[in-house]
Design a protein around this ligand. Structure first.
Ligand SMILES: CCCCCCCCCCCC(=O)SCCNC(=O)CCNC(=O)[C@H](O)C(C)(C)COP(=O)(O)OP(=O)(O)OC[C@H]1O[C@@H](n2cnc3c(N)ncnc32)[C@H](O)[C@@H]1OP(=O)(O)O
Length: 150
């Protein structure tokens, strides 16, 4: 697994995203570690991320999927072009579609693991699938359609 997350290569206007921007002090700080096959991200929900007692808020989960999957699309695109991550010209994707299945309540108090992989890379479009697990139990999964913006 790389030591640097794909989002850590982003600067300026590309580092202000609420989900993953390193310059956004109020953001979620999503970080995607891409190993060429999977993207991995760990997140520990805080007390204020709750929906109701003991259960993580679903909108937060959607946000984690969103930025982690877009980060996966960006990292995989650099790899496909044989270029170092973050190198110019910058590769950036935006979310066209985010589809989340909530399989069971996601417990507060556990570290969450998101694991993503590429389903399709074709033209401007990349489709990414991701599973969110707590204590090795899948709690939600998602499919994200990313469209290349730059
Ligand atoms: C360095 C990094 C920095 C990164 C800096 C940090 C970035 C963090 C990113 C966070 C993620 C976000 O929240 S991004 C913000 C939320 N998203 C947005 O605001 C995007 C708003 N929507 C748009 O701008 C537009 O609709 C686009 C760009 C998504 C698509 O418009 P378009 O360019 O006209 O696309 P178009 O040519 O028609 O379609 C291209 C392909 O995508 C498919 N497609 C288009 N829309 C959809 C859709 N909703 N659902 C499924 N598939 C779709 C088409 O079928 C086609 O597939 P085919 O025929 O080729 O098979």
């Amino acid at each position: 697994m790389p030591l640097t997350a794909i989002q850590d290569y982003f600067t300026g206007d590309h580092a202000i995203c609420y989900g993953c921007g390193s310059d956004n002090a109020h953001g979620l700080q999503v970080r995607t570690y891409w190993d060429g096959q999977y993207g991995t991200f760990h997140f520990s929900p805080q007390d204020y991320h709750t929906a109701f007692p003991g259960v993580v808020y679903g909108g937060l989960i959607a946000s984690l999927f969103d930025c982690h999957c877009i980060g996966t699309a960006v990292a995989a695109a650099y790899e496909k072009e044989g270029r170092p991550p973050g190198s110019d010209p910058l590769i950036m994707y935006v979310t066209a579609n985010l589809n989340v299945n909530y399989l069971r309540p996601t417990p507060m108090g556990s570290e969450l693991m998101l694991k993503s992989h590429i389903i399709e890379q074709k033209g401007k479009k990349t489709v990414v699938a991701c599973t969110l697990s707590a204590d090795d139990t899948p709690c939600a999964n998602a499919t994200v359609v990313g469209i290349r913006a730059t």
